[in-house]
Design a binder for this molecule. Structure first.
Ligand SMILES: NC(=O)c1ccc[n+]([C@@H]2O[C@H](COP(=O)([O-])OP(=O)(O)OC[C@H]3O[C@@H](n4cnc5c(N)ncnc54)[C@H](OP(=O)(O)O)[C@@H]3O)[C@@H](O)[C@H]2O)c1
Length: 108
């Protein structure tokens, strides 16, 4: 499938892997990318970066743990921007812990 002229939706798009994927999709000619994460300001920064690459970026700030709100936001986006051809679910959290107790030699 070619992404050229298509609409993509990327969750976790405000930073990290999601942001990098949004950039890659823009570079491959995506027509429009819907950017999802909780923080509007961070999404707007990414949207401005994608606009520089010639891709229309739509900011959709929403907490994905709020299923009701997600349904509303996505239904509105569908009405306004039409179907999503490619979905990239990248939102998530990583919990980093040491393998051993703080008393272990070398533990952080
Ligand atoms: N980086 C790695 O090497 C690596 C390796 C394997 C797996 N992973 C997994 O891949 C995923 C992404 O990794 P990453 O490094 O890109 O993480 P990251 O830099 O922490 O980015 C996480 C993204 O998810 C969004 N997000 C988090 N909770 C959300 C929520 N409740 N609703 C909406 N958006 C939410 C964050 O935006 P807001 O804070 O604005 O909501 C952010 O855009 C994570 O699940 C991570 O565990 C990462």
């Amino acid at each position: 499938m070619t992404i050229h002229n298509k609409t993509a939706l990327v969750t976790g798009a405000s930073r990290g892997i999601g942001r990098a994927i949004a950039h890659a999709l823009a570079l491959q000619g995506a027509k429009r990318i819907l950017l999802v994460a909780r923080h509007r300001q961070r999404l707007e920064v990414v949207a401005a970066e994608l606009a520089q690459l010639g891709t229309e970026a739509i900011v959709l700030p929403v907490d994905l743990t709020d299923a009701v709100r997600v349904n509303v936001v996505i239904a509105q986006a569908w009405q306004q921007y039409g179907p999503v051809h490619l979905l990239v679910n990248c939102a998530g959290v990583a919990i980093r812990l040491p393998f051993c107790k703080p008393s272990c030699p070398g533990a952080i």
